[in-house]
Design a protein around this ligand. Structure first.
Ligand SMILES: [Zn+2]
Length: 489
């Protein structure tokens, strides 16, 4: 029994499954083709299979294939740390171009489950077909990845299989594909390499997807979803190369399917009015910096060992710091303008949280990680938030999709912190409180911004630390308070 028969017989038992397969056999490559081929592998034959749960799901870029959510949870059912890290690295290339993100989890629930069965090639269910697969079963398989696999091959096959997982079909069956097949050569080739019948070849090679039920862009032989096609299978001087990167059309198409609405912050309406700054910088707004020179001073530095600094972005209207979750080198950065423990200060900044995104920061009271931290500020994806301090909680609402002025009044004389959003007091609590107890230090050292979950994506700008007009500022904030969740000493 061939590999192909094993796959087919297994699937037929339980499902009405339709298969496509992309195939490579080294011996069929001409010398010219070999220049386009991937580096030599220890595998003679590589098979990629595209799976659908129901016949009706089988359409090129079917509108039903695409997910209605933007975070897909992915669980490995095996594989070594190195191979897993490569899959994470290259899968995330899709997320750079579309509002679809992969969150790698170690337990259920999951949307995608990856096995490493060396006997069944590489394959994946397409888009929402994944939803119908039992949670104990793989939805994607990498059959030939090892610690010796080249980066080109990791990238090519990972992008291709994750392309299936987010709803893409094989490009060679595009409704507008106009490949001039040498049909008898194709029948012969797949009969020899895959033991396919003529009917199998018709279904998996020649048949094109129905334009009326499909969602597609222009036919694109350079798509990561296109088969490698040797010249011997077509009439005329044409072949399709081994594509190992996303094509321009791949990027544009997936961005249109999963648009990054709200992914860029709007130009700021808030000015950086920072008077009486004590940091020597009138306004810490990144304007004099580039991604190459940031951070320029100790004001900004990475926090946890593997944390990165976020992304300094340049727009036509100014520069901002973006904090977005990523699986490797997740942003974890501190703003450390000064150690404060007497007098009264106002620390303010602008913060933008896009639609359906989350944000997080906390107050640090020490100079080393884990020493002592104070209040934690959570902004969830549903426009509500919580301040957590001394095991107590202050609930609040906030507005997404616009710049908000955040402000902390740090009053060390009266041992009090006031937190406000857009000049409206959210809550007050004793500055001495720490995250878990009332017995902490009446001190401030830094703000820690951290991408706390897969939905985290927010922007920061215009940091200002100034001596507060003290009683006046506090009194004004109190006037605007709704009184809820306000703690006194
Ligand atoms: Zn495929």
């Amino acid at each position: 029994m061939t590999i192909w028969h094993i796959i087919t017989s297994t699937l037929i038992i339980s499902l009405a499954v339709f298969l496509n397969s992309c195939t490579k056999e080294e011996s069929d490559l001409t010398s010219e083709d070999e220049e386009l081929a991937e580096p030599v592998s220890d595998s003679e034959e590589k098979i990629c299979t595209e799976l659908y749960y129901r016949a009706t799901d089988r359409a090129f870029g079917s509108k039903q294939a695409f997910w209605n959510k933007k975070v897909l949870k992915v669980r490995f059912l095996g594989g070594g740390a190195y191979v897993q890290s490569k899959i994470k690295e290259y899968a995330n290339e899709w997320s750079q171009h579309a509002n679809i993100n992969f969150q790698f989890v170690t337990r259920e629930p999951s949307d995608i489950r990856i096995s490493f069965d060396r006997n069944s090639g590489s394959w994946s269910y397409v888009g929402q077909s994944n939803r119908f697969i039992g949670t104990s079963r793989a939805t994607m398989n990498f059959g030939w990845f090892t610690d010796r696999t080249s980066d080109t091959e990791f990238r090519r096959t990972t992008l291709h299989e994750f392309g299936h997982a987010i709803g893409l079909s094989h490009e060679h069956q595009h409704p507008e594909a106009s490949i001039q097949w040498n049909r008898e050569a194709v029948y012969s080739y797949y009969q020899r390499t895959q033991d396919w019948s003529r009917r199998d070849v018709d279904a998996n090679i020649f048949q094109r997807y129905n334009a009326s039920s499909s969602n597609f862009s222009a036919y694109d032989p350079s798509s990561i979803m296109h088969y490698y096609i040797p010249r011997s299978l077509v009439l005329g001087p044409w072949s399709a190369p081994w594509n190992s990167a996303l094509s321009t059309i791949d990027k544009q198409f997936i961005a249109s399917i999963y648009p990054k609405s709200g992914d860029e912050p709007p130009s700021e309406e808030l000015s950086c009015a920072c008077t009486a700054s004590i940091t020597g910088i009138a306004c810490d707004n990144f304007e004099d910096l580039t991604s190459a020179t940031f951070p320029q001073t100790d004001d900004w530095k990475p926090w946890s060992t593997n944390g990165n600094m976020g992304e300094l972005q340049t727009y036509s209207w100014g520069k901002v710091l973006k904090i977005q979750h990523q699986d490797i080198n997740n942003p974890d950065v501190v703003y450390a303008p000064a150690t404060l423990n007497d007098g009264t200060y106002e620390l303010s900044w602008d913060q933008y949280i896009g639609p359906n995104s989350s944000a997080y920061f906390n107050i640090q009271k020490g100079v080393e990680i884990g020493q002592e931290f104070g209040a934690q500020f959570y902004f969830d994806t549903e426009s509500s938030g919580q301040v957590k301090i001394n095991q107590q909680v202050i609930d609040f609402n906030y507005t997404q999709n616009q710049w908000l002025k955040m402000a902390l009044i740090l009053d060390f004389e009266n041992n009090q912190v006031n937190f406000s959003i857009e000049d409206r007091l959210v809550g007050s609590f004793p500055n001495r409180w720490s995250a878990q107890s009332s017995d902490g230090t009446n001190q401030f050292t830094m703000l820690n911004f951290y991408a706390i979950d897969a939905d985290t994506r927010f922007w920061l700008d215009n940091f200002c630390l100034s001596r507060s007009a003290s009683e006046a500022s506090i009194a004004q904030s109190k006037l605007r308070s709704d009184g809820f969740g306000t703690f006194r000493n």
